[in-house]
Design a protein around this ligand. Structure first.
Ligand code: GLU
Length: 321
């Protein structure tokens, strides 16, 4: 079916979703990273961006929160830009593990095809793939520059979060060395882990994440800068990864009920991509038991439902003034 939506309808749906989700309670801040446990649980922002750069921002959309697992999306894109989608498939994989994001079991069970770049093991592998190999500073610059190009503005390291995470990331240290054991890490394991931890500690706003989402939805062209950030062919690959594992072990339920591929992080952020149509991001710290923001989920779902949109609906969507 052909569906036409006006920009006003999009703004109204965002307002409806924001008002609805503001009243949704429940969940708790991530507590295994001390810094995150202390973030104000009332913070809440919702941002939408269209491929032409039109933006809707409601609530705390300028607040810089820890990007956490959402950082796995840009770094997977960077690995595809530098190598290729095929190399990422061969060296990391593209299958959902069906297990928690930090699972050791997943590595043991699937050692011939261990992961996807969107869970911890695969994300540490992705950091190891980033060029130039062996040069931590240059790799870090490449990771941050890529995020800046995707958002149209720079993220900022939250030093306290980086320290908090580095001091407590024992499980991830085990993952890095297990990957080494299975020849699934392509640079120094300790350096790759440190880059992963640092990228998770970047502060980002929901407005920036919506721009990143819109860049993916627009097939690689950033709506704010007009610059082509990545080849068009990468967009369906990254969106596939997001659709299959973006919400950890609840990904199927999420896609089934929301209709939008989305990636969440334990900092409370969610980035959603409706290919060809729009990018959306929401942020609220309290998480459900799988590690997904309760309010952000409620807001994104309500937005999709209000507009009658869904990636599997088979509709041709056009947006007009
Ligand atoms: N830095 C976090 C970790 O590795 C990210 C987890 C997440 O957001 O899923 O545990």
């Amino acid at each position: 079916m052909d569906i036409n939506i006006t920009k006003k309808q999009i703004a109204d749906a965002a307002q409806t979703a924001y008002d609805y989700a503001k009243g949704v309670t429940g969940g708790a801040n991530a507590n295994y990273i001390p810094f995150l446990a202390n973030i104000d649980p009332q913070l809440f922002g919702l941002s939408v961006m269209l491929p032409d750069g039109t933006a809707v921002n409601l609530g705390d959309t300028d607040y810089r929160f820890g990007i956490e697992s959402v950082s796995k999306v840009p770094t997977a894109i960077l690995a595809m830009r530098q190598s290729s989608p095929k190399a990422v498939l061969e060296q990391i994989g593209a299958d959902a593990t069906g297990l928690p994001f930090n699972s050791i079991f997943a590595i043991l069970l699937e050692n011939d095809h261990p992961s996807t770049p969107l869970v911890n093991a695969g994300a540490i592998s992705a950091c190891s793939m980033i060029e130039p190999k062996g040069d931590s500073d240059a790799k870090w610059t490449a990771i941050v520059d890529n995020i800046t190009e995707l958002c149209g503005s720079a993220p900022q390291l939250i030093d306290e979060l980086y320290k908090s995470e580095s001091a407590t990331n024992f499980n991830n240290r085990a993952i890095a060395w297990l990957l080494k054991n299975y020849n699934r890490i392509y640079d120094d394991p300790a350096m790759s882990l440190d880059l992963y931890t640092r990228q998770c500690s970047l502060g980002i706003t929901s407005a920036q994440l919506a721009a990143m989402a819109a860049t993916i939805a627009a097939g690689g062209v950033n709506p704010l800068t007009g610059k082509r950030v990545f080849d068009r062919g990468i967009a369906p690959k990254i969106t596939t990864l997001i659709a299959t594992v973006g919400f950890y072990q609840n990904t199927g339920d999420w896609l089934y009920t929301s209709g939008i591929p989305a990636k969440s992080g334990v900092g409370g952020g969610v980035l959603g991509v409706l290919p060809g149509v729009l990018g959306i991001a929401a942020f609220a710290p309290p998480l459900d038991s799988a590690g997904n923001s309760v309010r952000a989920q409620a807001a994104v779902k309500k937005f999709m439902e209000t507009l009658g949109l869904g990636v599997m609906n088979g509709d041709r969507v056009t947006i007009t003034e």
